[in-house]
Design a protein around this ligand. Structure first.
Ligand SMILES: *[C@@H]1O[C@H](CO)[C@@H](O)[C@H](O)[C@H]1NC(C)=O
Ligand SMILES: *[C@@H]1O[C@H](CO)[C@@H](O)[C@H](O)[C@H]1NC(C)=O
Ligand SMILES: *[C@@H]1O[C@H](CO)[C@@H](O)[C@H](O)[C@H]1NC(C)=O
Ligand SMILES: *[C@@H]1O[C@H](CO)[C@@H](O)[C@H](O)[C@H]1NC(C)=O
Length: 341
């Protein structure tokens, strides 16, 4: 009897210790100490928000930087504020997402806030589409499949939007639909992106944004684009081919310095670099006229000196960041990295 108690006590204690260790490990992973001493390395020179995945950008002078990425401020849009990559085009038949990789003309689609009830969508040769801002009570809720089969929550934007997008992109009456994310929930990339999470150890569910590829914010250093253009040597590529949200520049910035930045502070906002940004054929599509570059630039040149050692082995440009401290950022704000002693 006494021995039994003792054994029970011993095993209970070891179970408690194991549970404690487990939670400590988990906690240790989650406790992040944001640096407190910073040095200025440049300025925030541009802020771009892409309401539609693969669509055209909205250039902002200021934005809310949130867990889900950039969002328009009430100063810009009083009644409704668009978020970065809050809209996605998907196939009616299998709910798979569609992008400008397959349909380059998607880069010319503009989305804006029309009034308190409607978004306005424009594209060359098309009449303006007014999309009633969808909500999860009145519209059909669904799941859209993105990279690696990851399923992401979407609110369907209705039949009129579906036929407008099918007409513009496929030149057919149907086939595509438009999905909207209301930022009511996060994503789970743990099953679909296991090999990527194993390599980029600081990337997590928290990093992901709405319909962004894997993180809420893409930051590009303009000095890296200047260096790339020197190497391409004949044509010039715009930073917009890389579709960044945040562009940083400064007279003392070295090209590709951003690869080494673990933390970035802009105004009061703190971003954390969780992944290099691997680049695909999308970067060869001109963001202003949707034409594909005939010589595969800038990808061709990037492949000669910027190949990733990670799971994709694609070339890299820019850094994928998560928002660790939210707030308002403005073009012209100083950009800091942790001060090295
Ligand atoms: C990621 O999110 C999903 C769903 O919210 C959750 O079940 C899973 O445990 C999360 N994983 C991590 C590592 O946080
Ligand atoms: C991941 O984050 C930790 C803690 O901030 C940092 O020390 C480490 O360098 C990061 N690892 C990578 C690969 O970025
Ligand atoms: C760049 O252009 C110059 C002048 O046209 C040429 O001499 C040089 O070889 C070119 N460099 C590369 C890497 O193509
Ligand atoms: C698209 O724009 C690029 C860059 O300005 C230019 O080089 C190209 O010729 C244009 N293509 C068409 C079809 O207008």
């Amino acid at each position: 009897m006494g021995l039994g108690y003792k054994l029970t006590f011993v095993s209970l204690a070891s179970v408690l210790a194991a549970v404690g260790a487990y939670f400590y490990q988990k906690k240790k992973k989650e406790i992040l100490i944001i640096p407190w001493r910073w040095e200025e390395i440049g300025k925030l020179t541009r802020l771009n928000l892409y309401p539609l995945k693969s669509g055209h950008r909205i250039e902002l002078s200021q934005a809310e930087c949130t867990e889900f990425g950039l969002r328009q401020t009430k100063d810009d849009e009083e009644v409704f504020q668009l978020r970065d990559r809050c809209l996605v085009v998907y196939s009616e038949s299998d709910n798979e997402f569609r992008t400008a990789r397959t349909y380059p003309k998607m880069v010319l689609i503009d989305v804006s806030v029309h009034d308190d009830k409607y978004l306005a969508v424009d594209a060359p040769t098309m009449r303006t589409l007014y999309v009633k801002i969808p909500n999860s009570q009145d519209n059909k809720n669904t799941l859209v499949r993105l990279h690696k089969g990851e399923e992401i929550f979407a609110i369907d934007c209705g039949d009129e939007a579906a036929s407008w997008f099918s007409r513009y992109i496929l030149e057919k009456d149907n086939g595509l639909r438009l999905g909207f994310h209301d930022a009511s929930r996060g994503r789970d990339i743990t099953k679909t992106h296991k090999n990527i999470l194993d390599y980029y150890i600081n990337l997590s569910n928290y990093s992901t944004g709405l319909y962004s590829d894997l993180t809420a914010i893409l930051l590009v250093n303009q000095a890296s684009i200047r260096d790339l253009n020197k190497r391409i040597n004949k044509s010039t590529v715009s930073v917009d081919n890389f579709r960044p949200n945040v562009i940083v520049d400064g007279p003392c910035l070295e090209p590709y310095a951003e690869d080494q930045w673990e933390w970035i502070k802009i105004g009061d906002v703190v971003l954390r670099n969780v992944k290099e940004c691997t680049r695909c054929i999308m970067t060869t599509i001109d963001p202003e006229n949707a034409s594909r570059s005939s010589d595969r630039e800038p990808l061709k040149t990037l492949e000669t000196y910027r190949l990733s050692n990670g799971p994709s082995s694609l070339p890299t440009m820019g850094i994928n960041c998560e928002t660790r401290k939210s707030g308002l950022i403005k073009v012209g704000d100083p950009v800091y990295i942790p001060k090295s002693d």
